[in-house]
Design a protein. Structure first.
Length: 713
């Protein structure tokens, strides 16, 4: 059997060598045929291109030249018959093997040349890419910090095959289409996503009006809702509405129509915060009074940041106007003169102080006076020497320079500035606390009490401060207050006044300074008492979310909370909420991490699950979510206006409202989802909106198309 099979294989190989075309000419004898005289005819095998890809031949086989029937061995430089069997025999000869070994260094050298050539090509592409991107930033006046995100965008969208390359070549993105993609595509996508959430969720609103660079009066609206997936409140931009009149009725109608045209119930609003103007918070005709007619259980909270700023402003009126004039004049003197700044720098080096610039007092910035005062005190010695030189050498003879030098030479004035820095720093810390994006409403009552007690302790006996209510204790009772000489004005001011007393021996001047400081503190306390009205029981009820109260189950029941906020009965069953509230206090991890905020505490506790994967406190989460979504300040909408200034600049002052809203929704939507532009994924809903974009739509048409989408259920 083996002999027969071997004969058959040899026969088939011989046939394959001749090829199918040549095999047709072979006539095998049959039983009935007569034997014919066999003629010795030579058959020529054709060269096959597939042999050049064969691993056995591709490194040395060379195609036959035109008119020749033999291939060539590149290694041996010899002709080889175009028969596969001949090629195989040749590859196994010793001469061929030695020739192939001798070619390896040549092949490696060729590979190195190709490698260097590829590196040179890659380097050229890299350098061309870098220089073009950098030139693009320079050409369009773009910030250099944009280079990182821009390169990431190029990498994420780089075509990976020839088809994508052709698609990229065919893309034509004009300004008009880009505008409409932001308005009708991305902006609409994030806006629609937010609208769908607000239709079924209780939320708070933070409105405020502003005038942008194009002098158009606009009303910005931010919303705060609780996201149960991440167990945290989310603050989002909702709308920017152009208003003609800034009256209470005009502003409220703009707010109301903005929600109603998107089919969002006004009764879903449970919290409100804005600045303290009469238009927003007036008792009879204001946005709050009109809102409570449609949503009677809304908790309206005056912005804590605005109120503490007003308290500080009124208290500063008790101080000498010379203090503020000194700070303003010093800043104005150096502000626009590079020569003066350069000269002053030499004095800074001489006294070995930090080469910081002088700061101005912002008219609309919360407590900007504190940073300005601190900078003047930091540069006090250098400033005094500089203006002494200016006045004595008569470089710039004027009343301003003389008044500045007079102020810098007055140590009693310096003591007042040090006192002001000490007190404003305290108020600024309070302001910063309530600018936080975390829920802090439950801290308002406690922090206001702490602030009042800190100020009272500077001129009142400590035991009285500890035992009395800071909102009701009399301020002018000599029994409660310390003597004027013992009024605490801060360690820096105390040191300066002590030096003044030793030099001048004038106790009346020191007493006068302390009386001025005392008037400041008393006025600050009066302003805080009148502006922070904590008589509303809501401020105390919401303190149940404090970790120290939660672990102690204080209060033992949340019944009063449901009475104060009746809408909570529609959020969750109060019996189940109360049971979960008491159950969470029995958790083994009852110790409080002092570095953990209230939000972090509840994120850890509300995320716990039972053994079958269900949330332990699903009902309690809904109630806590409503409380945590009530804001304590309008810092969110102030941040929106800062963002608006970055978007609508002097060079982009023609942006229409529709384009502006699309840009803000896109920017805020990406931030809310913690997504960068180069990581953005297109889902079916986004693709549907993008494919429906009308590229040449005008502002009014784009707005109509968006409202049609947002108003649909």
């Amino acid at each position: 059997m083996s002999d027969e099979s071997s004969n058959e294989s040899e026969h088939s190989e011989a046939l394959s060598d001749y090829g199918p075309d040549n095999c047709e000419s072979l006539q095998l004898p049959t039983a009935n045929s007569k034997p014919k005289q066999v003629q010795n005819k030579r058959y020529v095998q054709q060269f096959r291109d597939k042999w050049l890809q064969d691993p056995n031949f591709k490194d040395w086989l060379v195609r036959p030249s035109p008119g020749k029937s033999s291939a060539t061995c590149r290694a041996c430089q010899k002709p080889v018959s175009c028969l596969k069997s001949s090629l195989l025999r040749h590859s196994k000869t010793e001469i061929h093997k030695k020739a192939m070994k001798s070619r390896q260094p040549v092949q490696q050298q060729g590979n190195l040349v190709q490698c260097f050539r590829r590196q040179e090509e890659n380097s050229l592409f890299k350098e061309t890419f870098e220089v073009r991107v950098c030139a693009f930033l320079a050409e369009h006046n773009l910030p250099l910090s944009l280079i990182g995100p821009l390169v990431s965008l190029f990498k994420s969208t780089a075509p990976v095959n020839s088809k994508e390359v052709e698609v990229l070549k065919g893309i034509h993105l004009s300004t008009t289409r880009c505008t409409n993609i932001l308005r009708q595509g991305l902006g609409l996508y994030f806006s629609k996503e937010l609208v769908q959430i607000l239709r079924d969720t209780y939320f708070s609103i933070i409105p405020d009006e502003t005038t942008d660079v194009s002098t158009e009066k606009q009303l910005g609206i931010c919303v705060v809702y609780f996201d149960e997936l991440t167990v945290q409140p989310v603050t989002r931009f909702f709308d920017m509405v152009e208003v003609e009149t800034a009256t209470a009725v005009g502003l409220y109608n703009a707010i109301k129509s903005s929600f109603e045209e998107k089919k969002i119930p006004i009764k879903n609003i449970i919290g409100y915060s804005s600045d303290t103007t009469n238009v927003m918070f007036g008792e009879h005709q204001s946005v709050v009074s009109l809102l409570k007619k449609d949503a009677p259980y809304v908790l309206a909270v005056k912005c804590s940041c605005h109120m503490i700023h007003l308290c500080a402003s009124y208290a500063c009126l008790k101080m000498s106007t010379t203090l503020e004039d000194l700070c303003r004049n010093i800043y104005s003197y150096f502000n626009r003169s590079s020569l003066r700044q350069h000269e002053f720098h030499e004095f800074q080096e001489f006294v070995e102080t930090k080469p910081h610039k002088l700061l101005g007092i912002g008219q609309t910035r919360w407590l900007s006076l504190e940073s300005c005062v601190r900078r003047v005190l930091e540069q006090w010695d250098a400033l005094r020497l500089y203006f002494t030189s200016v006045v004595n050498e008569k470089k710039d003879p004027s009343y301003t320079t003389e008044s500045i030098l007079k102020g810098l030479s007055n140590k009693y004035l310096k003591a007042q500035l040090e006192f002001l820095s000490f007190q404003l720093h305290r108020l600024n810390d309070f302001n910063t606390l309530f600018q936080s994006s975390d829920p802090v409403l439950h801290h308002v009552r406690d922090e206001v009490h702490k602030l009042l007690k800190c100020i009272l302790s500077d001129f009142m006996k400590i035991d009285v401060v500890k035992s009395c209510d800071p909102f009701t204790v009399p301020l002018d009772d000599p029994i409660n207050n310390v003597h004027v000489d013992q009024v605490y004005v801060g360690i820096l001011a105390t040191t300066t006044l002590h030096e003044c007393h030793e030099i001048d021996q004038d106790p009346r001047a020191v007493k006068s300074v302390k009386m001025t400081c005392l008037e400041f503190m008393m006025e600050a306390v009066k302003q805080i008492r009148s502006r922070f009205d904590l008589s509303d029981s809501a401020y105390k009820l919401v303190e149940f979310v404090l970790p120290e109260n939660a672990v102690k189950c204080c209060p033992p029941s949340l019944q009063e909370l449901f009475v104060k906020f009746p809408y909570l009965t529609g959020v969750a069953d109060k019996m189940l909420v109360d049971a979960e509230w008491r159950k969470q206090a029995l958790e083994e991890s009852s110790e409080i991490n002092k570095d953990e905020s209230s939000l972090q505490f509840w994120q850890n506790r509300l995320s716990t699950r039972t053994f079958d994967g269900k949330l332990k406190y699903a009902n309690l989460m809904k109630v806590i979510g409503c409380i945590m979504s009530i804001p304590s300040s309008n810092a969110a909408v102030e941040r929106l206006f800062s963002l608006l200034k970055l978007v609508k600049t002097d060079t982009r002052n023609s942006l229409k409202r529709e384009s502006l809203v699309g840009l803000l929704h896109t920017k805020e939507g990406l931030r809310a989802e913690s997504c960068r532009a180069h990581d953005l994924k297109t889902n079916p809903e986004l693709l549907t909106l993008l494919r429906a974009v009308k590229s040449n739509a005008t502002d009014s048409v784009a707005n109509q198309r968006n409202m049609l989408q947002l108003s649909s259920q």
